[in-house]
Design a protein around this ligand. Structure first.
Ligand SMILES: C[S@@+](CC[C@H](N)C(=O)[O-])C[C@H]1O[C@@H](n2cnc3c(N)ncnc32)[C@H](O)[C@@H]1O
Length: 194
């Protein structure tokens, strides 16, 4: 689907990011199986980030850095992103994409398991984007909430999948979260920490 990605004027930084994003979309369209968020949910992720204006973002599940670059575009000039990927080859590819897009100063890649990274991180974040292997979503949920500042936002991808039923129930009934499911494609969830 060819959606106009941006209706706002582009700074030089945004042009570099958009070029790399388009390159990743082309590689996926040509058949490489990288499970990126894609342009439709990516646009929602971008706008939520732009509205929320997080100073620091934790992303769990980098792959080749596609969603990282969407978030980086939204926080350009003020925000910092820590992104966690357990596969070192993908992390290397993400680092190259982030470098090519000209935002490596704003992004740090941690090669680690998401649960272990959360266990070792002392910092809290204004926003967390959760996009790892689905069976770990419920496992890391409470730790994600603990790592959010009050008023912080948790976004999770693919939440309409059957195997994420328990995760959906948990975020919708969580005592520290107000949540909604956005049923676009295979679903995004949006939660705010009280
Ligand atoms: C769906 S892809 C991420 C896509 C990326 N967020 C995007 O939209 O461009 C999931 C990634 O998470 C990584 N991953 C899966 N389980 C993980 C875990 N427990 N800890 C860290 N990374 C994990 C996988 O290697 C894969 O690269």
């Amino acid at each position: 689907m060819n959606l106009p990605r941006h209706s706002t004027p582009k700074s030089d930084g945004a042009v570099g990011i958009d070029r790399v994003l388009a390159g990743i979309e082309n590689i996926v369209a040509a058949g490489r199986a990288i499970p990126i968020i894609g342009p439709v949910k990516g646009r929602i992720l971008y706008l939520i980030t732009k509205i929320h204006q997080p100073s620091n973002v934790l992303e769990l599940g980098t792959a080749v850095g596609y969603s990282t670059l969407i978030i980086a575009r939204a926080v350009m000039g003020y925000g910092r992103i820590l992104t966690v990927e357990r596969d070192p080859d993908l992390a290397r590819e993400a680092a190259k994409n982030i470098e090519d897009a000209g935002v490596s100063d704003a992004v740090e890649i941690l090669v680690d398991d998401a649960a272990e990274a959360l266990a070792s991180l002392r910092e809290r974040f204004d926003m967390i984007f959760l996009d790892i292997e689905k069976r770990y979503y419920t496992l890391v949920l409470d730790s994600c909430v603990e790592h959010l500042n009050p008023g912080g936002v948790l976004i999770a991808d693919n939440v309409m999948w059957d195997e994420l039923r328990e995760f959906r129930n948990r975020i919708l009934s969580h005592k520290d979260l107000e949540s909604a499911i956005i049923p676009v494609e295979d679903g995004l969830s949006l939660s705010i920490r009280a």
